[in-house]
Design a protein around this ligand. Structure first.
Ligand code: FES
Length: 372
């Protein structure tokens, strides 16, 4: 007589915890042309985008790997005619859907369809607090007024709204006006998002870098407002990298919280990871998200703390900042394995300060708009 043991899936003791969210960059197409866009400067054409059936499979794999949220992003995700179908599928398999949008292609009818499909949260970026400046930086006439209309529709539909206020040299003095505008629109959250210098923003750094005086005034204004905003609006505020003394925990740590899927289906630990030479990126046609998350070579490369050089390895904060940002280490120190030069303990930190001050003084520098 034989005795059959119950089948079970073996689990690896060292398997990583599931990602919190998967960011799906449905497209790089966008009607706006912001010079600080975090998309790569080599944008993907529409012909390279995954089709609906593949995105649906990716959604199912996101649920399988244990993600709780899906962020539909771009480019502008509303250029995709299948957005409602994708949101509905995400809802059906229990994923919380967030739409990260410029809002200029949305109208009430489409918003209602997206809500009916199960959309729960909308994040709208604002380029400035008044139309002339906002439309100039976005390169899209009439965009600001449209965004405000749509933001009000989002709240009227009962969807959660986050305002993403992108600050740089040309609007940083209006941080209080951004906060007032977000509250007037009924947003539950505002991200005070100082430009981070990746992608197009890195190209345009000399045209966007605020001065130290601007930065200090903005920081003082935000800190003065924070106590009065408690319980009224959630404020996400991070000191901009080039003025920081400690690195940020980029993406909540490499391969700890997030996966990115690009328009053509490459699976990345962060939106700028493709800038790092020598990493091997798998696609959704190679293996499942679960397999890539567990032991994909790009994900494993900087996960945890074992890879860290000194002084990170002996730093008390290494499990708080997870070594900062690998893409920034590459951009500023020329080596993705190096300590993030934003950290004042990095040997390259003084060079970053000099670079920042040089760019902040480059008044009159014209930016280059994002474009194919
Ligand atoms: Fe790639 Fe920070 S953007 S690690």
């Amino acid at each position: 007589m034989s005795c059959a043991l119950p089948a079970f899936a073996p689990t690896r003791a060292d398997a990583p915890a599931p990602p919190f969210a998967v960011l799906m960059e449905l497209t790089h197409r966008c009607p706006l042309r912001c010079p600080y866009c975090s998309n790569p400067t080599a944008l993907e054409p529409s012909s390279a985008e995954l089709d609906t059936a593949t995105w649906i499979r990716v959604l199912e794999e996101a649920a399988d790997v244990g993600a709780l949220q899906v962020h539909f992003s771009g480019g502008e995700p509303c250029v995709r005619k299948d957005l409602e179908e994708l949101v509905a599928h995400a809802t059906g398999i229990g994923l919380y859907s967030n739409l990260i949008t410029s809002a200029v292609l949305l109208d009430e009818a489409r918003l209602k369809r997206l809500k009916a499909a199960g959309l729960q949260h909308v994040q709208i970026s604002l380029q400035d607090t008044e139309a002339a400046g906002a439309d100039r930086i976005g390169g899209f006439r009439g965009g600001h007024a449209r965004k405000l209309d749509v933001a009000r529709m989002v709240v009227a539909e009962g969807l959660a709204l986050t305002v993403n206020a992108v600050l740089h040299r040309h609007n940083i003095e209006r941080v209080n006006a951004f906060i007032d505008l977000a509250m007037d629109l009924g947003a539950g959250r505002i991200e005070i998002a100082n430009v981070q210098y990746y992608g197009w923003a890195l190209e345009n750094r000399a045209a966007l870098m605020p001065s130290r005086e601007q930065l200090l005034a903005m920081d003082a204004a935000v800190r003065a407002r924070l106590p009065g905003l408690a319980g009224r609006i959630v404020v996400d505020y991070v000191v901009p990298d080039y003025y920081a003394r400690r690195p940020k925990s980029c993406m909540g740590g490499w391969a700890r919280r997030f996966m990115n899927v690009t328009p053509r289906g490459r699976v990345l630990p962060c939106h700028a990871a493709e800038t790092i030479p020598g990493l091997t990126f798998e696609t959704v046609f190679d293996r499942s998200l679960s397999a890539i998350w567990t032991d994909g070579p790009a994900f494993a490369r900087y996960r945890g703390t074992a890879w860290m050089p000194q002084p990170c390895q002996s730093c008390d904060h290494k499990e708080e900042d997870w070594g900062g940002c690998r893409c920034q280490a590459l951009a500023l120190a020329g080596d993705a394995d190096a300590a993030d030069p934003v950290c004042e303990r990095s040997s390259a930190h003084e060079a970053v300060v000099a670079l920042r001050d040089r760019d902040a003084a480059a008044l009159g520098t014209e930016w280059r708009y994002r474009g194919l």
